[in-house]
Design a protein around this ligand. Sequence first.
Ligand SMILES: Cc1cc2nc3c(=O)[nH]c(=O)nc-3n(C[C@H](O)[C@H](O)[C@H](O)COP(=O)(O)O)c2cc1C
Length: 135
Amino acid sequence: MIHSLCYFSTADSSLGTNDFEELFEYVVTKNTSQEITGVLVYGQGNFMQIMEGPKKKIISIFNRIKEDNRHHNVIKVIEKDYPDRIFGKYDYGFKVVKDLTSLKELKNYITLLNNNPSKHTSKFISLIEHFLKNT
Ligand SMILES: Cc1cc2nc3c(=O)[nH]c(=O)nc-3n(C[C@H](O)[C@H](O)[C@H](O)COP(=O)(O)O)c2cc1C
């Protein structure tokens, strides 16, 4: 079983380009080293993150994330055990989606997933699509 968690939040208005770059680099490096897969999507002042991995790790990371003052209004929308990872396939790993290139990559990945949909995959995909529609 793999533990998956999805939340939405609002970025702190004081964050500048360097703060974002520093955060994104940290998150990718840290998650990759801990076998956490998923996405952190940024758009229009909001974050959406999906992370999947061992339950204990996900819970402890999320507890830290909630306390992080670089964002606010952290709202968890899904937390559940699933039989497998969504972002473990085709070497996706953990990615930050913050520009058109990475967005295109995510969309391509979603198209691949949609060729072989499962119930839990479509739930996450509709959350991502909802977020992207509003950014
Ligand atoms: C939007 C956002 C997403 C984050 N995502 C992660 C994450 O996926 N993994 C992680 O280790 N830290 C993430 N962090 C950073 C943590 O909140 C925290 O700063 C980090 O775990 C270091 O904590 P420490 O200084 O107490 O060790 C995120 C922070 C923000 C603001």
